[in-house]
Design a binder for this molecule. Sequence first.
Ligand SMILES: [Zn+2]
Length: 365
Amino acid sequence: MTVAQNPALRSLVCLRCGARHRVADLPRGCPACLAGGTPANVACVYEPAKGASGVQLPYTVPFTLGEGRTPLLRADNDLDVDLRLKWEGANPTGSHKDRFSALAVARALHAGYRAVAAASSGNAGVSLAAYCGRAGLGCEIAVTDDIPERVATLMRDLGAHVVSFPRAAARWRHLAAHVGSPTVLPVTNFQLPPVGSSAFGIEGYKTLAAEILTDLAGAWPDWVVVPTSRGDLAWGMYLGFREVCGERPVPRLCLVEPYPRVSAVLDGADPHGDFPGATAVMPSLGGNSVALQAVEAVRRSGGRAQVVDDDTVTAETHRLWRTGLPLEPSSAAALVAVADARVSGAIEPGSLVVAVATAHGLKGM
Ligand SMILES: [Zn+2]
């Protein structure tokens, strides 16, 4: 299976210090920033494409499962906003992660790896399992012992090798052991402070941003609301908006989290600190650390962060299911954030708001 690298892909750039790096796998991010104790992810740098519309991607995906081109639905509401729902549950394995997997797996194939490894107890693991299977690569998913059995079964049924650990830290150590391997490529974060996931995979989220602007046909979103853990999706969408918008301002991003992390950093907390908190219903948004890419997605878009609570998200999830929208609670969180931000005045009446409904609820997460 032949994967081609985009000839316009020139280098990688550190999103903190701006250093350029040759195109390579940097799962710990920028080496200079890592050495300085301030880890930061990198992003792809392309030569401008002459006359091209849309966004550039680093690799072709000949093994596509049909990811992307998901619907933008109108969402009735009593909030006095024009609310649209980008329904990422319509992707092949039911989540936005398919856009990431397509590019992360393409990178692995192009660079000659035989397998991809990831730490995930949910959508990312299921998605990577499917895309690795499709591409003929091995797939190892490091999970925690409390993973829902039906999710672990899905990963195994899709051909992944599932290894389980009592705590997240242990699976990160397991993943870190693959760094430098010529055969196994780790594509999700495994270190503290976190950098985030594969820069090549994150490029896949640029298409999500571009689709929103295309589907709105000239209307401009005042806010794009994005459920967030370590900010892979928000940062990738920012990159997409930036590329499409050129010199114009990008839509403001509102990052949704189950307890203060990004919002604490925006209020002055040490970004490398520990952010205590837990969520029983939003496992996709868990974690007690902050990646710089999440903060940068907010700062560079002029955005904000919104904390939502388990009980309200649970109630909203039930309401959405009864209206034919089977979102997982981590996705319904985006709609709760819209409502909370309207009540506080952060989102003004009459705004055009796009909420990213990241994943289908049928996995039972
Ligand atoms: Zn750097």
